[in-house]
Ligand binder design. Structure first.
Ligand code: ZN
Ligand code: ZN
Ligand code: ZN
Length: 175
């Protein structure tokens, strides 16, 4: 029983919150960032030379939530520590896939040529290949649908996209 309490329950809380965060990130990207939150997110869909963008404020908000969860976990309700750890791990995964792999905001370049990483890479490039906030596809970051499914979705949405997004893979996605 001790083992269950000390290892299994925290592990379940961490894994569960990572999974929840992918769902929540996808949902909020579609309904908040591409909705009433577009004011901040717009900066991420326009080309620019600045190192930072207004959209990064969302990361600051999420970091604040994680910090608050750690504090409450320590002082008030212990499961929040593990849930906060899950939120933090998700933030790291998000940074790796989104800011690193796709947008190359780190000092090295790796373009995935096969497998799941390529799928995630292409899917998010396609997210950026549509002008404006409406009719975009692929709002998730760690889970991604295959490109042909996303192209069909764009057809249904009656949105055109920049085909360079799937061809010119040596250039980082414009953002
Ligand atoms: Zn977006
Ligand atoms: Zn992006
Ligand atoms: Zn950008």
């Amino acid at each position: 029983m001790d083992t269950v309490l000390y290892y299994l329950v925290p592990t379940g809380l961490v894994v569960g919150s990572v999974l929840f965060m992918e769902w929540f990130a996808t949902w909020s990207h579609e309904h908040i960032m591409h909705g009433w939150g577009w004011g901040w997110h717009k900066s991420h869909h326009e080309p620019h030379d600045d190192a930072l963008e207004k959209n990064d404020l969302y990361a600051v908000v999420f970091a604040g939530v994680a910090i608050a969860m750690f504090a409450l976990g320590h002082f008030a309700w212990w499961p929040l520590t593990w849930l906060g750890l899950g939120v933090t791990i998700y933030g790291m995964l998000y940074f790796f896939f989104h800011d690193g792999l796709v947008h190359q905001r780190w000092p090295f370049k790796h373009i995935p040529r096969k497998g799941y990483m390529k799928r995630v890479y292409q899917a998010h490039r396609l997210h950026h290949a549509v002008q404006g906030k409406d009719g975009c596809v692929s709002f998730g970051f760690v889970y991604a649908q295959p490109v042909d499914k996303l192209l069909k979705e764009l057809e249904v949405n009656k949105r055109s996209y920049d085909p360079q997004a799937l061809k010119d893979e040596d250039r980082p996605a414009t953002h």
